[in-house]
Design a protein around this ligand. Structure first.
Ligand code: RIB
Length: 320
C-alpha cells in the first residue's frame, strides 16, 4: 500500500500555555489560574484532527531550536502522521497563551516565532501534488500560504483555506485558488468587508439575524465553490454553487474547553472529503462530529478524538 498522504496540512505549530480560570481578567486585574501545557497551532491541530480519523495525513510546519521544539518533536513521534518540521535556528518555536473561563470559552494570544519563517522551499512540492486535499490557514507565513494554494490548485488538488487568524495583510485575491473557504463568524465579517461594493461593516447580531438565503447570496460573492461559515455552538452554514444548508451542532455535549474546535472541524472536514469524495455535506457531518468531541476534553491537539471514539459517537448519534 502506498503511504502517500491523502491530506496535507501546511501551517502553524505552537506550544500552548493554557491558563484555566473562573472569569477572564479585566484590564489591570491579576487573577489565579491553573496552568497546563500542550501542543497547539491551528495547522498542527487540523492535521492531528484529520489524522486521528484514520485518513492518511501529513503536516508541514516550522519550529525553532528550543525546549518547546523538543516537545513538539516528541509529540509527533507519538502521533501516527507524517510531519515535515523545518528548523529555524535563531527563532523561537511558536507560543500561544490561552485563557479558559469556567464556561470553557477561550481567549488566545500568539507569538508565531518560527511559524512566520515557514518558506515555500520547506514545503515538498511532490507532497502537495500527490495529495487529494491540501489545507492551510493564516497563522504562518502568508507568502508560503499563497504558494501552497497556488501549487496545489495547479496540480488539481482540492484546496481548503481556514482564514484564521484573520490578518490585515490578507489579500482577497488569494481566494482565487481556494475550493473550500472555512471562516468563523468574525473572520467572515472581515472577509465581507473586503468584498467590492460593500460599504457598511456587517456586525455579529446582523449576521445572526440574516436569513439563510441572504447569507448564501453573500457567500456566493467570494467566487469560491464552497463556503462554510462555522457558527460556534449553533453549527455551520454551508454555501455551495447550487444550494445551501444549515447543519446544527450536536446537542447535549459537556463543554470542557473550546480551544481548537474550529481546527477540529477543518481537520474532520478534510478527512471527510477523502472518505466521501465530492460529498460536502457528508464531509461537514464528520467535521461537526470531530468538533463536538474535541470540546469534551482539555487542550487543543490533545483533545482531538481518535477513530474508535469517533465511530462510537457517530453510531450513537445515528441511533438517537
Ligand atoms: O485554534 C486554536 C489554536 O490557536 C491553539 O492551539 C493556539 O495554538 C492557536 O494557534
Amino acid at each position: 500500500m502506498s503511504s502517500t498522504p491523502h491530506v496535507v496540512v501546511v501551517g502553524s505549530i505552537m506550544q500552548d500555555l493554557t491558563f484555566t480560570c473562573d472569569e477572564f481578567p479585566r484590564g489591570g486585574q491579576t487573577i489565579m489560574a491553573r496552568l497546563a501545557t500542550g501542543q497547539g497551532g491551528k495547522g498542527s491541530n487540523q492535521a492531528i484532527a484529520c489524522g486521528r480519523t484514520g485518513v492518511r495525513t501529513a503536516f508541514v510546519g516550522a519550529m525553532g531550536r528550543d525546549a518547546f521544539a523538543d516537545q513538539v518533536a516528541a509529540f509527533y513521534r507519538r502521533e501516527k502522521i507524517g510531519c515535515h518540521l523545518a528548523l529555524k535556528p535563531g527563532q523561537a518555536t511558536g507560543t500561544a497563551v490561552i485563557l479558559i473561563n469556567k464556561e470553557g470559552q477561550n481567549q488566545i494570544v500568539i507569538e508565531p516565532g518560527a511559524n512566520a519563517r515557514l518558506a515555500p522551499a520547506d514545503v515538498p512540492r511532490a507532497l502537495l501534488a500527490g495529495a487529494k486535499v491540501v489545507v492551510t490557514q493564516l497563522e504562518s507565513n502568508l507568502a508560503t500560504t499563497a504558494h501552497v494554494l497556488r501549487t496545489a490548485r495547479a496540480a488539481g488538488v482540492t484546496t481548503i483555506l481556514n482564514p484564521a487568524p484573520m490578518r490585515a495583510d490578507f489579500a482577497p485575491v488569494l481566494l482565487r485558488y481556494v475550493d473550500v473557504l472555512i471562516p468563523n463568524e468574525s473572520e467572515f465579517i472581515t472577509l465581507v468587508r473586503g468584498l467590492p461594493g460593500i460599504r457598511r461593516r456587517l456586525n455579529e447580531p446582523e449576521l445572526h439575524a440574516m436569513a439563510w438565503d441572504a447569507l448564501h447570496a453573500l457567500c456566493r460573492k467570494f467566487n469560491v465553490p464552497t463556503v462554510i461559515v462555522t457558527l460556534g455552538s449553533r453549527g455551520c452554514f454551508i454555501s455551495m454553487p447550487d444550494r445551501h444548508l444549515f447543519m446544527p451542532a450536536h446537542r447535549g455535549i459537556r463543554v470542557v474547553d473550546t480551544t481548537g474546535a474550529g481546527d477540529a472541524f477543518c481537520g474532520g472536514f478534510a478527512a471527510g472529503l477523502v472518505r466521501y469524495p465530492g460529498r460536502i455535506a457528508e464531509a461537514a457531518r464528520l467535521g461537526t462530529a470531530v468538533a463536538a468531541l474535541s470540546i469534551t476534553k482539555p487542550g487543543a491537539a490533545f483533545a482531538m478524538p481518535h477513530q474508535v471514539e469517533l465511530r462510537r459517537f457517530l453510531q450513537k448519534a445515528k441511533a438517537a
